[in-house]
Design a protein around this ligand. Structure first.
Ligand SMILES: CC(C)(COP(=O)(O)OP(=O)(O)OC[C@H]1O[C@@H](n2cnc3c(N)ncnc32)[C@H](O)[C@@H]1OP(=O)(O)O)[C@@H](O)C(=O)NCCC(=O)NCCS
Length: 203
């Protein structure tokens, strides 16, 4: 992708990447991810809990921003590949939201996910999200990771529960980037502390 930092003409890969799980590879983005990313961003079912599906230009611009943050900061919403294919099923990873100061938890590290519909129902989101928690705690040395989504997004909240996060009901909030009265305004917040992560992680 454009703007990628290079060493002697070879694209730099941030430390800790690619990251492998039993079935998946979490890695920096490639140009070949753009078309399947645009397809999932155009799917109304995938985008049901976002303001609206994205067109090709918006999807490419999002991939560019996400890819550049990984290159600049060493982490972000990683591209997710299934070992043996498909080469790209979506994005999952730790990220620091730019509007963190406006969240009830304050500045934070979140973990987020968006997968193509064909990749749902296989445990891939939870598997990649667990690896992302490990990255946040072990590589980024965070003390806590949060996740948040629209109140109505039960599938996303089920992922949060499966990976050991706990809803903080005192922290429901109105998303700072959505206008008053928007159908997705109200959000829930889940948390996992380092202490809990260390207690539940596999040996
Ligand atoms: C949120 C999202 C990633 C969740 O995907 P998902 O497939 O429901 O979640 P997982 O990958 O953890 O899969 C869990 C399901 O796979 C099933 N499964 C099948 N094989 C499995 C395996 N080997 N291991 C674990 N689970 C498995 C589980 O039983 C569960 O099924 P269920 O939903 O019928 O109970 C997906 O719905 C999505 O991309 N949504 C659109 C984007 C979005 O809303 N993102 C969040 C915004 S904050």
């Amino acid at each position: 992708m454009r703007g990628r930092p290079h060493t002697n003409g070879v694209p730099m890969t941030p430390p800790g990447l690619p990251m492998e799980t039993e079935r998946l590879i979490l890695r920096p983005w490639r140009d070949s991810d753009l078309a399947p990313f645009a397809a999932l961003n155009a799917d109304p079912e995938v985008m049901k809990f976002f303001p609206e599906p994205l067109g090709r230009a918006e999807s490419d611009a999002l991939a560019q921003r996400v890819g550049e943050r990984i290159e600049a900061e060493g982490f972000g919403f990683f591209a997710v590949e299934v070992k043996g294919g498909p080469d790209f099923i979506g994005m999952v990873g730790p990220s620091v939201p730019g509007y963190g100061a406006e969240l009830p938890c304050g500045p934070c590290t979140e973990v987020g996910w968006r997968l193509s519909r064909a990749a749902w129902g296989k445990g891939y989101a939870s598997e990649a999200a667990t690896a992302s928690l490990a990255f946040a705690f072990d590589t980024l040395d965070r003390d806590e990771v949060v996740a948040f989504t629209a109140v109505q997004n039960e599938r996303s909240q089920a992922v949060m529960g499966r990976i050991g996060m706990i809803r903080d009901e005192t922290c429901d909030f109105d998303h700072p980037l959505l206008p008053e009265g928007h159908r997705l305004l109200r959000h829930v917040l889940y948390r996992i502390s380092r202490e809990r992560w260390e207690a539940i992680r596999s040996p």
